[in-house]
Design a protein around this ligand. Structure first.
Ligand SMILES: C[S@@+](CC[C@H](N)C(=O)[O-])C[C@H]1O[C@@H](n2cnc3c(N)ncnc32)[C@H](O)[C@@H]1O
Length: 155
């Protein structure tokens, strides 16, 4: 199952991007034997029209039949093993694509949250989009490690 992080806001070269690239690379490598990956990021410029205009850009990145995960502080709090199990379940159900949506300064349009198969929260605090991306990339790698039974994740 391919995983795409679709995010509003361009991320220039820097420490956050280096971390994201590293975690997604690790996810892609560990995911190979698990039927997960590759993982990639598509980012796009914020739109003057705000959330609704940005929703159009994000919707265009969702292939037919893809699982949609929205990141939002009002979403569901999952443990890392629960996230891993959820990804594994979609893979086992034969889903070919998973697209994870990260909003811009105004957040994600409510229509996208409604469209999502799962809305995930990284806590009630609001994080800047670049940190939300880093956390998601790390959790994807952690999920692959959990599914592979590797010792990266310890409880
Ligand atoms: C700067 S935040 C959006 C701002 C916020 N919704 C608001 O209205 O002020 C940018 C994006 O990062 C992600 N994000 C930020 N905090 C998050 C959290 N606690 N859990 C999950 N995603 C988060 C969401 O995708 C959000 O749309």
């Amino acid at each position: 199952m391919r995983v795409t992080i679709a995010a509003i806001g361009r991320l220039k070269r820097g420490p956050e991007r280096a971390l994201i690239d590293d975690y997604l690379d690790r996810f892609t490598k560990s995911g190979r034997q698990l039927g997960l990956g590759p993982a990639s990021v598509v980012d796009m410029d914020a739109r003057k029209g705000g959330m609704a205009a940005e929703a159009e850009l994000l919707l265009a990145k969702i292939p037919d039949g893809a699982v949609v995960v929205a990141l939002d502080e009002r979403g569901k709090l999952l443990t890392s093993p629960q996230f891993a199990e959820t990804l594994g379940g979609w893979r086992d159900a034969g889903r070919r694509d998973c697209v994870c949506l990260i909003g811009g300064a105004d957040g994600l349009d409510p229509a996208l949250r409604d469209r999502a198969d799962l809305v995930i929260s990284f806590g009630k605090m609001v994080w800047p989009h670049m940190l939300a991306r880093v956390m998601l990339a790390e959790q994807l790698y952690r999920a692959a490690s959990i599914l592979a039974g590797s010792p990266y994740h310890r409880e």
